[in-house]
Design a protein around this ligand. Structure first.
Ligand SMILES: [Cu+2]
Length: 406
C-alpha cells in the first residue's frame, strides 16, 4: 500500500534560487524598543534570537529534520525548526518591524504561515495562494510590521498535514507596547499529538483519530519539566494547539482567568474564573493567576487518554472479569498478548514493552508511582525562591497530607 508515510525522508533534493516573497512593502519601520519585556519561559524549549538591522528585527528559521527526545527512553525522527520541535518561540513587541529568513532544509517544499497575525496578504504564507512554495534548498524572506499584541503561532502551509504531524509549529508572542499588568512568569506550552507505532521512531502523519502520544512542547510525562513559580508571582500560561483534537487543560488547586486567545486579549468584562481551558485546534489560550498557594499542583489535559503514553487500544475490556490463567493460555497462540487487568491497569507497568516506547503510565512522585503519561506536568509554587530551578518535591506542613485511617 502506498501511504504518505512512505514519502517521509524520501523527498527529492531540488536545487533552487533565492527568491524574495512578493507583497506590498509596508511603511517605514518605527524605532524599535528592543527587548523591554519580561521574556517568556519555554519549558523544554527555546526562544528565537534576533539581531537589529537598520531598525528591523531579523530572525532566522531553518525548517529541517531533527532527532527529538520525547522523554528519556524515547527519541523520534521529527521535523521542526532550528533543531527544535516545537520551533523556537518568536518574541517581539507591538510596533516592531520584523524580517524572517526561512531556509528550507527539508526533503520537500514548505512555507510559513503566521497564524493570527494582521499582515499584508502576500506575507500570509499559504503556498500557491499567497506565494510560491519554498523548494528544498531555497531561502525566502518575510517582512512586516506587528500591528497587534497577543500570543499567536507559526506553521507550514504547504503539505501541512504531514509537516505539522511531524512536529513543525511554534509560538509567535507579540508583547504589548504598553503592558496593562506586569507578569512575573509567562510559560509557553504547545500541545501536540502524534502516532508513533510502538517499537518505531518515525511519526505516522496518516493517522486522523487514534493518536498514541500526547505532548507539552513535544515532551511527554515524565519528560516534561515543571513550571516553577514563587508564591505571589503573577503567572501566565499560554497554550497553543495545531493538532487534530481539542485539549481541555486543567490546573489543580487554582482558578484562573483566560486573558487572551489567538485573536488578541480577552476584554476584562468577558473573563470568568475557570479551572480548565479548552484549547481547540488552531487556537491559543492564555490564562493568568496569582500563585498564592504553595505546593506541587498537577497540570494536564483532561482527556484521560491524553495523559497516557502508547498502548494497544485493541486490548479486550477485562474490568471485573475473573481471568484466572486465561492470559497464559492465550499467550500460547498469541505470543504478544497482554490482557487488561481485571482491577484496572495501574499495576501493569512493569511488564515488557517494545523498544523506544514509553511506559503507558509512569513517573515517580514522593509518595509512589504517579501513573500518568503524555500531557502532564507539575506547577511547583514555593515561598521565598531565589532561583526558578526545579525545587524538588513539595514538603507539606505537618497534618496537611491525606492519611491512612485503617
Ligand atoms: Cu488532550
Amino acid at each position: 500500500m502506498i501511504t504518505r508515510r512512505n514519502l517521509i525522508g524520501a523527498g527529492s533534493l531540488l536545487g533552487g534560487v533565492l527568491a524574495l516573497t512578493r507583497g506590498r512593502r509596508a511603511q517605514a519601520a518605527p524605532p524599535s524598543t528592543g527587548r523591554n519585556y519580561v521574556p517568556v519561559v519555554v519549558p523544554d524549549g527555546a526562544t528565537l534570537p534576533f539581531t537589529m538591522k537598520d531598525g528591523v528585527k531579523e530572525f532566522h528559521l531553518v525548517a529541517e529534520r531533527i532527532s527529538h527526545e520525547v522523554a528519556p527512553g524515547m527519541t523520534i525522527n521529527a521535523w521542526g525548526y532550528n533543531g527544535h520541535t516545537p520551533g523556537p518561540v518568536i518574541e517581539a513587541v507591538e510596533g516592531d518591524r520584523v524580517r524572517f529568513f526561512v531556509k528550507n532544509a527539508l526533503p520537500e517544499r514548505t512555507s510559513v504561515h503566521w497564524h493570527g497575525l494582521f499582515l499584508p496578504n502576500g506575507m500570509d504564507g499559504v503556498a500557491g495562494l499567497n506565494q510560491p512554495h519554498i523548494e528544498p534548498g531555497e531561502t525566502y524572506v518575510y517582512e512586516f510590521t506587528l500591528r497587534q499584541h497577543g500570543v499567536f503561532m507559526y506553521h507550514p502551509h504547504s503539505d501541512e498535514m504531514v509537516q505539522m504531524a511531524m512536529g513543525m509549529m511554534g509560538f509567535f508572542v507579540i508583547h504589548p507596547k504598553n503592558p496593562e499588568v506586569r507578569v512575573d512568569r509567562h510559560f509557553m506550552i504547545m500541545l501536540h499529538e502524534w502516532f508513533v507505532a510502538p517499537g518505531t521512531s518515525t511519526p505516522n502523519p496518516n493517522i486522523m483519530l487514534d493518536f498514541n502520544l500526547f505532548t507539552f512542547n513535544s515532551r511527554a510525562w515524565p519528560g516534561t519539566s515543571s513550571l516553577v513559580a514563587k508564591t505571589g508571582d503573577r503567572v501566565r500560561i499560554s497554550l497553543g494547539n495545531l493538532s487534530m483534537d481539542s485539549h481541555p487543560i486543567h490546573l489543580h488547586g487554582y482558578a484562573f482567568e483566560e486573558v487572551g486567545t489567538e485573536g488578541g486579549p480577552t476584554p476584562r468584562s468577558a473573563r470568568r474564573p475557570i479551572t480548565t481551558t479548552d484549547v481547540p485546534p488552531g487556537t491559543t489560550r492564555t490564562v493568568e493567576l496569582v500563585a498564592d498557594a504553595p505546593g506541587d499542583w498537577a497540570f494536564h489535559c483532561h482527556k484521560s487518554h491524553h495523559t497516557m503514553n502508547a498502548m494497544s487500544h485493541d486490548v479486550p475490556n477485562m474490568m471485573g472479569v475473573k481471568q484466572g490463567r486465561l492470559e497464559d493460555k492465550v499467550k500460547k497462540v498469541l505470543p504478544g498478548y497482554m490482557a487488561m487487568g481485571e482491577n484496572g491497569m495501574g499495576n501493569m507497568m512493569d511488564m515488557g514493552r517494545p523498544k523506544n516506547t514509553l511506559p503507558m503510565m509512569t513517573g515517580q512522585g514522593p509518595f509512589g508511582p504517579v501513573e500518568m503519561g503524555g500531557m502532564f506536568t507539575v506547577v511547583k509554587v514555593r515561598d521565598g525562591l531565589t532561583s526558578y530551578a526545579d525545587p524538588g518535591w513539595y514538603v507539606h506542613p505537618p497534618g496537611t497530607v491525606a492519611r491512612k485511617l485503617t
